[in-house]
Design a protein around this ligand. Sequence first.
Ligand code: INI
Length: 155
Amino acid sequence: MSKEFEKNLSGNGKRIAIVVAEFNEMVTDALLRGAVDRLEALGVSSENIFVAKVPGAFEIPGVCRRLADTGSYDAIIALGAVIRGETSHYDAVVNGVTSGIASLASEGKIPVLFGVLTTDTVEQALNRAGLKAGNKGADVAQAAIQLTNLYSQIK
Ligand code: INI
């Protein structure tokens, strides 16, 4: 008979790092609040949530890698907002952060969650940071807990 790994959303005892970009802070603050609130709702204690602020989304992957290399965290959550209307180097920033996080996540050491909004307008970003279309920070926080519990079952 086949066996399925258990889906477990308990954050008890988990240590979670969050890397959040300050660029477009109105949006990223809302993502951060959404993430922290959801982690706490799932049982992560506030002393076990570690927040690193970086200037912009481009800086996120480097800090995520340093955090991953410590071996001290169960998951890392990357939060940012890259808005096309606000930047001429949108594609460069998006490509940098996306490929950096994707390569770290695919190493499979710990879950690395991609909570970087890429939108055409500030309004679209705000909507996805809690105004209308849910809060991406909360969604990726829950995904982080689900994945930490899956990773610990894979032996
Ligand atoms: N960083 C962002 O996080 N979002 C943006 O929309 C953005 N824009 O508009 O350019 C942005 N740029 C800064 C970039 O992430 C780096 O901090 C900067 O290039 C220094 O490396």
